[in-house]
Design a protein around this ligand. Structure first.
Ligand code: GLP
Length: 240
């Protein structure tokens, strides 16, 4: 695990952007595993800017997102589909038909999970971007999730519902279930890039980097992946 600690959120985003841009230049047809949340916002802005400068293109890229809330579709402003459209896809030349997220509106959620597994099998990721939850979750793989789990319906931890409520429009409840790529799928990416900033991530970051590999801290499994870069700001790295 390579750990890079920087002084600010902007620097964290810059390093991440350099890594992603390098990947896209090396492999213009890359498959990107993408994440949502406030952590990658700076990175997505920098990728959109690099596209506008003509430095990179997403024309040949395919993207697979980690997760989606159950019950929310692209037309709901709180869905991850809508987040991706607003924060990245709408600003670059990626073909929408090459962007994939689990369908939170599927009638049969179990078959939707199996459909997503097949998709992931067909689209091995060159690089998987990750944030981390304050309880150590990655994607929506909450503490206690088996390391061999594939796409599944996750019951969100109370702390996750509370953490994520800040991103929801006033008065709208955070769904308590989500569809998420499993840990086995995250681990199958060729390279993993995890970003974390802020004091509220420090304990989870410690567990991921220095703690025991345990399902109680899902991100700790990354210690067993052979190509992981973790970029942290000083607050997130403060317990290391
Ligand atoms: C959500 C997402 C995760 C994300 C985490 C941290 O639970 N499912 O993929 O990493 O939140 O979010 P934030 O970046 O907003 O702190």
């Amino acid at each position: 695990m390579e750990i890079v600690t920087v002084g600010s959120y902007a620097e964290m985003s810059e390093i991440a952007a350099k890594i992603m841009i390098g990947e896209l230049k090396k492999c213009p047809r890359a498959v990107l595993g993408l994440a949502t949340g406030s952590t990658p916002l700076g990175l997505y802005k920098m990728l959109a800017d690099a596209y506008k400068r003509g430095e990179i293109s997403f024309r040949g890229v395919r993207s697979v997102n980690l997760d989606e809330y159950v019950g929310l579709g692209a037309d709901n402003g709180n869905s991850y589909a809508s987040f991706m459209n607003e924060r990245l896809f709408g600003h670059v030349d990626i073909l929408r038909e090459n962007t994939y997220l689990p369908n939170g509106l599927a009638e049969d959620l179990q078959s939707e999970c199996r459909r997503y597994d097949s998709l992931l099998d067909a689209l091995p990721r060159n690089i998987q971007l990750l944030g981390i939850g304050s309880d150590g979750h990655i994607g929506f793989n909450e503490p206690g999730t088996s390391f061999i789990e594939r796409t599944h319906i996750a019951e969100l931890a109370k702390s996750t519902v509370t953490d994520n409520s800040r991103l929801f429009e006033c008065g709208q409840a955070v769904p308590e279930r989500a569809l998420t790529m499993g840990i086995a799928d995250i681990m199958s990416a060729e390279k993993i890039l995890l970003l974390a900033n802020g004091k509220n991530k420090a304990k989870a970051v410690w567990g991921m980097v220095s703690g025991q590999v345990t399902e109680d801290c899902p991100a700790s499994i990354l210690q067993r992946h052979k190509n992981v870069t973790v970029v942290l700001d000083g607050d997130a790295a403060s317990l290391l």
